[in-house]
Design a protein around this ligand. Structure first.
Ligand SMILES: C[S@@+](CC[C@H](N)C(=O)[O-])C[C@H]1O[C@@H](n2cnc3c(N)ncnc32)[C@H](O)[C@@H]1O
Length: 187
């Protein structure tokens, strides 16, 4: 019952309503104190799966790799990455509430409170890995992804700026929603 109520009040609101940028930040600010408890209730495996995929691309010298965790939230991915030996992790998120929780983990070198609005490539050196994770439904249905983001990804690939390395689908979130991980390597 508790699970359903949290799902109703936050996730469904986030997914189902056309919230503007400010409203989304407010929602995450409000959610931040209980975000991790809710993730545990839902057996959310997104961060461990993302970390597993990223680690495949960095078999050695992990401690020298610079990571940028976009949409860092409360720092759950940084926790997974740090366990694997990553030491230089920056985080970026527009929600100050989420970042306040992330800061408590003492795992980030820098935390930036802002929306990510740039082309991902501008933050990566040649050879760098960009790993994108989300639920399948927005990837397939949201006009922002379908009409803007993925056409940009395809265009960058056609221009030889990056190359798709893999697409992995896994199950492990609320109501059996599939999630997708897409990995690009910058050229
Ligand atoms: C569902 S939470 C996930 C947090 C964390 N990655 C995890 O899996 O535990 C999504 C986070 O992405 C942030 N976010 C949403 N749009 C963003 C954007 N354009 N740039 C950076 N962060 C964004 C939100 O503020 C929120 O903290």
């Amino acid at each position: 019952m508790e699970k359903e109520s949290r799902y109703e009040t936050t996730v469904k609101r986030l997914i189902g309503h056309n919230l503007n940028a400010e409203e989304k930040v407010q929602l995450y600010n409000d959610w931040s104190p209980t975000f991790e408890t809710n993730n545990k209730q839902f057996d959310y495996t997104g961060n461990s799966k993302c970390c597993e995929v990223v680690c495949k691309y960095f078999p050695k010298n992990i401690e020298h790799i610079v990571m940028l965790d976009v949409g860092a939230g409360t720092g759950l991915l940084a926790k997974e990455l740090a366990c694997k030996g990553f030491k230089i992790i920056d985080g970026l998120d527009p929600s100050s509430g989420m970042l306040k929780e992330a800061e408590k983990k003492n795992l980030y070198r820098n935390l930036f409170c802002t929306y990510f609005t740039s082309k991902p490539l501008l933050f990566s050196n040649p050879g760098g890995i960009i790993c994108i994770v989300n639920r399948r439904s927005p990837f397939c249905e949201s006009p922002d992804y379908v009409n803007k983001f993925f056409p940009l990804c395809d265009q960058l690939e056609q221009e030889g700026k990056w190359k798709k390395e893999e697409i992995t689908t896994f199950n492990g979130f609320i109501e059996n929603a599939d999630r997708i991980i897409i990995v690009y390597r910058v050229r």
